[in-house]
Design a protein around this ligand. Structure first.
Ligand code: ADP
Length: 395
């Protein structure tokens, strides 16, 4: 019998969704889409499983589409006649923060909801939007169970040394920890790698999730042992508009010498730094690659330098390296960035195959390479759907 799962990824100004049909042990995409511009000029677009646009509408007046609740109501209204026959059995939500408590997906009840609200202080820019998505789903799809799938959960396997900062222990106890993010993506890749390259999957692998948000994860035997992101999704690699790793002394300087407050610093580090800040041109890697401006080259050089450096650091954290996997928008599509990173990682035993790389692999190292390099598309929505099925004991 077939069953439908709705996967929701509610961000601050957009809601992305996928409807899966679960039949004979397989998940098939029926629809995916998004409502963008929530709060400004909402635009709703749906594609079917063959990527054909099947519905598109927009609202000129931002007052009409003023929040997640309104957007979810539109989605629920559209979904109602479009769900597979057997109906919806659950909604899987991407939730950025599971705090120290949640190391696995969980069916949302009053206690879980209360916990998720208490984690807002750990992810003030993202968690409220996730919660708004859950609230709205409870209103518009009453009686349908909701499952929270956390971006942090996959990293709860880190050892204490990888999980803490060099601060007094009371800060660790109250939750100032190196949580790590993009966990749903890494978990999907760890599973996919078991099928694609089983011997590497049992070994030591660095996964580079390179998108607008970028991070890297050290996988040992398929488990996360370290990650470049820490307490927040600011740490580690430079990103589209986020700075990545920075000396905390810089923040003290900004506060003392520039008289900048928390909100101004937050705006600088989250919105005006990274590829955009360095290039002064764009946060988008495609624009930087096609630009002749030397500042674009400088931003690319910095991005690659930090990734190569972190590859070495994560290999050190695992005591070796058997594989390097590229995923997400830049990792899956930019042969230039992959080439620069692979060439910078030759010292680890990675023999790069330029022809395979130009064709996007999937394997982009030579057959004799000590370190295997792969391009593997990520699928966080599918991972959430799988988690939702198992949390609801449907598989
Ligand atoms: P998000 O973190 O928002 O999910 P994505 O994983 O979609 O981000 O990645 C977006 C990034 O991928 C952008 O910087 C975009 O320029 C880059 N990208 C997409 N396609 C290409 C391409 N063909 N070449 C280079 N970069 C690309």
């Amino acid at each position: 019998m077939s069953k439908a799962i709705l996967v929701l990824n509610a961000g601050s100004s957009s809601i992305k969704f996928t409807v899966f049909n679960y039949h004979d042990g397989e998940l098939h995409v029926c629809y995916n889409g998004q409502i963008e511009g929530i709060g400004t000029r909402p635009h709703f677009k749906v594609k079917d499983g063959d990527e054909r646009v099947v519905y598109e509408t927009g609202w000129e007046n931002p007052l009409l589409g003023k929040g997640h609740a309104y957007a979810l109501e539109q989605l629920a209204t559209w979904l109602d006649p479009h769900l597979p026959e057997a109906g919806l059995i659950g909604v899987g939500h991407r939730v950025v923060h599971g705090g120290p408590k949640y190391s696995a997906p969980i069916v949302i009840d009053g206690t879980v909801l209360h916990d998720l609200e208490s984690f807002v202080s750990l992810a003030p820019l993202h968690q409220p939007a996730n919660l708004a998505g859950i609230d709205a789903t409870m209103d518009f799809l009453p009686g349908i169970p909701n499952v929270a799938c956390f971006d942090t959960a996959f990293h709860r396997s880190h050892s204490l040394v990888a999980d803490r900062y060099g601060l007094p222990t009371e800060f660790y106890t109250e939750g100032v920890r190196r949580y790590g993010f993009h966990g749903l993506s890494y978990e999907y890749i760890a599973r996919a790698l078991k099928r694609i390259d089983p011997s590497i999957a049992q070994g030591k692998v660095v996964v580079a999730h390179l998108g607008n948000g970028s991070s890297m994860c050290a996988l040992s035997g398929g488990r996360s042992v370290d990650s470049t992101m820490g307490f927040t999704a600011l740490d580690g690699l430079p990103m589209g508009t986020r700075c990545g790793q920075i000396d905390p002394g810089v923040l003290l300087y900004l506060m003392r010498e520039k008289r900048m407050g928390a909100e101004q610093i937050e705006g600088l580090l989250y919105k005006r730094s990274g590829l955009l800040g360095i290039s002064g041109i764009s946060m988008d890697m495609r624009n930087l690659e096609s630009s002749l401006d030397p500042r674009a080259a400088e931003a690319i050089d910095y991005y690659v330098f930090r990734i190569v450096r972190e590859t070495g650091a994560l290999a050190a954290a695992m005591g070796g390296l058997d594989g390097l996997v590229f995923t997400a928008g830049i990792g899956e599509n930019s042969s230039l960035i992959r080439e620069l990173i692979c060439r910078g990682s030759a010292w680890l035993g990675l023999a790069f195959d330029p022809e395979a790389n130009a064709g996007h692999g999937p394997r982009i190292s030579t057959p004799g390479s000590k370190v295997a390099a792969w391009v593997i598309p990520t699928d966080e929505e599918r991972m959430i759907a799988l988690h939702t099925l198992s949390a609801l004991r449907e598989v």
